[in-house]
Ligand binder design. Structure first.
Ligand SMILES: NC(=O)c1ccc[n+]([C@@H]2O[C@H](COP(=O)([O-])OP(=O)(O)OC[C@H]3O[C@@H](n4cnc5c(N)ncnc54)[C@H](OP(=O)(O)O)[C@@H]3O)[C@@H](O)[C@H]2O)c1
Length: 288
């Protein structure tokens, strides 16, 4: 069978999404080269050009980023180097080689004031450094490439290979009888295995432009925690709802950042599973 996707290079391959994506690509029979820091540092154009020049990939998938949203506020320069300069460097190298670039972005490019699901045509207005640097990454790609790129915005990720809300909340629920959880942020929890399938689908058809891809349905962090406790047999943990301001985190967060997946579904005929089913699947294969 012809390999439509390979040779492919995944950048940020040792991260939470990267590991599930690489596994899915391997399963699809795609020749995949896994890259991460230190073998390849996306903040350095010479590093990117050197590695890509040797491999000459048909497809470059960038899942590398500085993802610590609060940490980005105290490391603004590094956030912009990794999340903005990095993708632009990849775009320049991909452009020279004629490779297709897929890049993962975030709901944090929006300010969360729309109160209805965001489409790809809605105007971004990021609130904090993470969102601003990720938006700059999108714009950098679009400055370099007019075609041959796909930007996939997603949100609220969890997966087996990274620090995530599901595992953290189960750990907290085992040692606390009551927990304060934010109930005024709305989003779609998204399982990295399901997202990987969506990414591969978009790659396989060479989809160009921006796409919103998440598990279906939405909830609040409190609603998410409640479902996690139910499925993990921790129903006795009391959830005390609080608002975002009360938490006093360094980075501002969009309150309503649900992403409308219609464009993705129209083009691919695919809809990612409901977030509750996805969570059940994740927990059934997990010992936490
Ligand atoms: N997690 C979420 O909830 C979420 C939500 C929306 C969008 N996203 C986006 O989804 C993508 C994947 O997120 P994730 O949660 O899987 O992230 P992650 O687990 O933090 O993985 C990111 C990977 O990138 C690597 N990296 C950092 N700086 C690099 C550099 N200069 N050059 C090369 N690699 C570098 C990291 O290495 P080190 O660990 O050594 O730094 C890590 O292996 C990111 O683009 C993120 O912005 C994530």
């Amino acid at each position: 069978m012809e390999d439509f996707l390979g040779p492919c290079i995944v950048v940020g391959a040792r991260g939470m999404l990267g590991q599930d994506l690489c596994a899915a690509l391997r399963e699809a029979g795609t020749q995949t080269v896994e890259m991460d820091i230190p073998e390849m540092d996306i903040t350095s154009l010479s590093s990117v050009v050197g590695v890509l020049g040797k491999i000459k990939p048909k497809l470059v998938i960038n899942v590398a980023a500085l993802t610590d949203v609060d940490g980005c506020e105290s490391q603004q320069e590094q956030a912009f180097r990794v999340n903005a300069t990095g993708p632009e460097n990849l775009a320049m190298a991909a452009s020279n080689l004629g490779s297709f670039l897929v890049h993962i972005s975030t709901d944090y490019v929006f300010d969360g004031s729309k109160n209805r699901p965001y489409t790809e045509d809605d105007l971004p207005n990021p609130l904090g450094t993470y969102g601003k640097s990720k938006l700059e990454g999108e714009l950098g790609i679009k400055r370099v490439l007019t075609t041959n790129y796909c930007i996939i915005r997603t949100q609220w990720l969890y997966g087996a290979n990274g620090k995530n809300f599901v595992d953290t909340i189960i750990g907290a629920g085992k040692t606390n009888k009551a927990l304060e959880i934010v109930n005024d942020q709305f989003g779609s929890p998204t399982y990295t295995v399901d997202l990987s399938a969506g990414i591969i689908k978009l790659c396989s058809i060479g989809a160009n432009g921006i796409f919103h891809v998440t598990n279906s349905g939405y909830t609040t962090w409190s609603g998410f925690a409640s479902k996690i406790f139910k499925l993990a047999g921790l129903d006795d943990v009391e959830i005390q709802n609080i608002d975002t301001r009360r938490l006093g985190r360094p980075a501002p967060r969009p309150l309503y950042s649900v992403l409308d997946n219609s464009r993705f579904t129209r083009l691919t005929g695919m809809k990612l599973p409901n977030w509750e089913d996805a969570l059940g699947k994740y927990l059934s294969g997990r010992t936490v």
